[in-house]
Design a protein around this ligand. Structure first.
Ligand code: ZN
Ligand code: ZN
Length: 370
């Protein structure tokens, strides 16, 4: 049976521009999947739904911040799966048939590791990301450590299970790095799924939210943001966010957004260096900037301006088990309405799913794996 299993594999390192028209998924291919022998503490699972992350796209485009990913690699760290087999060792309460999503980041669990001692595997310097350090959720089956299994909460569908990881990233950022207060004006820069999830949760926390994008986001992602009732701004080097805020933006009721062109909080989800550089100019003194994205280049930051405005600029890396539990609750209760954001693909169309994700033609691509 196993010879029929397939996986979506990253193998190339070519630097690819997403806009030059040629096959943008040429660093990847569909391969036959080999399932290794289960080692101590490992399980075998059948993948159900796997989401495409912006980082998967970056790796597929050969971006420098993903040079460290070994090739060939079956990618995919946002997925739900069903346990088929428990390998040797102790697996706690887990049993065959359980449906789960994995913690994307597994810490080294060394007693001398500060991050692991406090249960924050996302901050472990030796963390292992499934789908980057070992084969992941774009295989029709996957072998993984049972320590990273998070059994799905009752009421959560396997499709929603694939969204737990990205939503947990926002939960971590908003709970620990943003300090949102009701009535605040918040800009989310970038309208990929991380930006749109941030917008939903920031609004749920009482903020009024503006989402930014660029011209290629106009027809799908910014449109979705507007449909969901967010203010939107299409930005470009000729028409920056700073200029638009200074000229004055009002919400649908005509209430001005921000004060004198400044907002309370900016959540950076675009991964574009110039956007983070500009962030310092659009946040009020003692306001907050929360950085969720990573960047393929160095980012120039006006540190003197940072001091003079007493801004808080904080990074937020990944998420841990606690964030996964909250993310699941947010979907089960409908506080994050996942049904508005998923574009579902069959596994045979996985290349198309990646191509459309890379070209910003979908919102959140989720692939039905079997
Ligand atoms: Zn991701
Ligand atoms: Zn560690």
């Amino acid at each position: 049976m196993s010879e029929l299993l397939k996986g979506f594999c990253l193998h190339g390192r070519e630097k690819i521009s997403p806009w030059n028209g040629r096959d943008v998924t040429r660093n990847t291919s569909i391969v036959d999947l080999e399932i290794p022998q289960l080692k101590e503490g490992e399980i075998l699972a059948k993948t159900l739904y796997t989401g495409i992350c912006g980082s998967d796209n970056s790796a597929a485009l050969g971006k420098a911040n993903f040079d460290w990913v070994e090739r060939p690699r079956i990618i995919g760290h946002e997925f739900s799966a069903e346990i088929l087999e428990l390998g040797p060792g102790d697996h706690g309460d887990l049993k065959v048939g359980d449906i789960f999503t994995p913690l994307a980041m597994l810490g080294c669990r060394d007693v001398n590791c500060h991050a692991c001692r406090i249960g924050k595997w996302n901050l472990c310097p030796r963390k292992q990301i499934i789908g980057f350090h070992r084969n992941g959720g774009f295989g029709q089956q996957v072998v993984l450590e049972s320590d990273r299994v998070v059994t799905l909460m009752e009421g959560l569908s396997p499709e929603q299970g694939a969204l737990v990881e990205p939503l947990s990233i926002i939960v971590n950022a908003l709970n620990n790095k943003c300090d949102i207060k009701p009535g605040q004006d918040i800009v989310v820069t970038g309208c990929g799924i991380i930006g749109l999830m941030a917008a939903e949760l920031a609004r749920a926390a009482g903020g009024r939210v503006l989402v930014t994008g660029i011209s290629r986001d106009r027809d799908v992602r910014l449109k979705k943001a507007a449909e969901r009732g967010f203010m939107t701004a299409e930005v470009s080097p000729e028409n920056t966010l700073t200029e638009q805020l200074q000229q004055g933006i009002t919400d649908s009721r005509g209430v001005p957004f921000g004060v004198e062109g400044k907002v309370d909080l900016l959540i950076e989800c675009s991964g574009v260096a110039a956007v983070l550089t500009e962030a310092i100019d659009v946040v009020r003194p003692e306001g907050d900037i929360c950085v969720i994205a990573t960047y393929p280049t160095e980012v120039p930051v006006n540190a003197t301006q940072l001091t003079r405005t007493s801004l808080n600029m904080r990074g937020s890396m990944g998420s841990c088990r606690e964030d996964y539990m909250i993310a699941q609750k947010l979907m089960v209760t409908g506080i994050f309405p996942s049904e508005h954001y998923v574009n579902r693909y069959k596994f045979e169309n996985v290349k198309q799913a990646f191509e459309e994700a890379i070209k910003a033609k979908n919102i959140k691509a989720v692939v039905e794996m079997n």
